[in-house]
Design a protein around this ligand. Structure first.
Ligand SMILES: [Zn+2]
Length: 417
């Protein structure tokens, strides 16, 4: 079976030009003895907005690997796919994130439910987990509740998995099950029952993406109580470890943290949990790299800065259109967005300082950052003008991309002691 290594980072790359710069960050980590496997992820939603196809992601990943001489594993993730769009990704992906969030809450057929509940009966009782003070209490009421809410979603995940096996053969790809794009977080007790259901359905999941408590808005810091997150994360890691031992799931099964970029206030806790349990994690990021492209363009001034300003003013003027696909995962206070007329007067340094994720910088604007995060459609519409600028200013942009992935992501999550 193709195995996803212990530490991995999802490195989305909207315009498929930053692969080598992203990989450079992984090379820097490897030089310190910490292997973090790059996984280029791109969802159907992103492909649709950018106007790219999955084969482009594979091509860019292979090119980045060839260019840098990376000789360790890497993957291309069909991110958040479902049964209706998975076919587009069969040839180019070796990692599939099965998104079954839309089925959460749909009740499975009564017979299916009853069989599951009978089989899950053996989970009932107090389960003591490593490092977790209070045991997890599984009751038959909880089993029924979780089955009614999640069993149908797992049945659907098994259908997608079977379809991929038909096309690619079992063991030739990594499987992730994602449930993050839903309203309510899953508790560790629910996770345990869900993992039992996944194992029972024969899905060899190597990563599982729950919805954690708190808000994971795109491209900005965690919103919530970091200590409460830490408690939940430790419990989830312990649950995963328990599920591997007891349910026969793959040994390397680990948590996947979606919308994982820029969550500075919880990275220390994630890092500590990984060390405590000797566990792995997959940190999924995407748009944080596209924002570094804009920062790099702003930095070079001239036409680069003009492009960055234009992306902002159009995103501002087409606010609803840009935000709609991401409504659940952004939080923008509109009145705190600067007016395009003011932004148009900014220097390179002003623009970069407003956008770059340095929280101590007084000019940093969390709302501008989120709006630009979802405003990549504007750049896509610029076509060659945008792509040519990426190529012309590759060096400055690449420095921003590498620095962001290495210093603000790999270091705090995987490297710091
Ligand atoms: Zn996700």
């Amino acid at each position: 079976m193709i195995k996803l290594p212990k530490y991995s980072i999802g490195t989305g790359d909207r315009f498929a030009h930053q692969g080598a710069a992203q990989l450079k960050a992984c090379i820097m980590a490897a030089e310190l003895g910490v292997d973090v496997t790059p996984v280029w992820n791109k969802s159907y939603r992103e492909h649709t907005i950018v106007g790219s196809v999955p084969a482009d992601t594979r091509k860019a990943a292979n090119a980045a690997v060839a260019k840098t001489g990376w000789n360790k594993p890497y993957f291309v993730d069909a991110d958040h796919i479902n049964i209706s769009n998975v076919d587009h990704f069969m040839d180019s992906s070796d990692f599939f994130t099965l998104d079954v969030a839309q089925y959460i809450g749909q009740k499975a057929a009564e017979a299916e439910l009853n069989t599951f509940i009978t089989e899950a009966e053996k989970l009932c009782g107090d389960i003591k987990l490593k490092y977790i003070d209070a045991p997890i209490a599984i009751t038959s009421e909880l089993v029924r509740e979780v089955a009614e809410k999640y069993l149908q979603a797992i049945i659907e995940a098994a259908k997608i998995y079977a379809k991929i096996v038909d096309a690619k053969g079992a063991g030739n790809f990594v499987t992730e099950v994602s449930m993050d794009e839903t309203a309510a977080p899953q508790t560790p007790a629910e996770m345990l029952i869900i993992l039992f259901a996944i194992a029972r359905a024969g899905i060899p999941a190597q990563t599982i993406a729950p919805k954690f408590s708190g808000e994971f808005h795109k491209g900005v810091d965690y919103v919530g109580d970091p200590l409460a997150f830490a408690k939940e994360f430790y419990s989830d890691v312990a649950v995963v470890e328990y599920a591997v031992k007891n349910f026969g799931l793959p040994q390397n099964l680990k948590l996947s943290v979606h919308s994982g970029s820029d969550k500075f206030s919880i990275y220390g806790h994630i890092n500590a949990a990984l060390k405590a349990f000797d566990a792995g994690v997959h940190l999924k990021t995407a748009g944080t790299t596209w924002l570094e492209e804009l920062i790099g363009l702003a930095e070079v001034g001239g036409e680069g800065l003009e492009i960055a300003k234009e992306v902002y003013s159009q995103s501002f003027n087409r606010y609803d259109e840009m935000c709609a696909p991401y409504a659940a995962v952004i939080h923008i206070e509109r009145e705190k967005l600067p007016k395009p007329a003011d932004v148009n007067k900014w220097s390179s340094n002003d623009f970069a300082a407003a956008l770059r994720h340095i929280q101590s910088e007084p000019r940093f604007n969390i709302y501008l950052r989120q709006l630009l995060h979802v405003g990549y459609k504007v750049a896509a519409e610029m076509g060659d003008r945008y792509i040519n600028a990426l190529e012309k200013y590759e060096e400055t942009i690449g420095e921003q991309v590498t620095e962001n992935i290495y210093t603000r992501h790999l270091k705090p999550v995987f490297i710091n002691k």
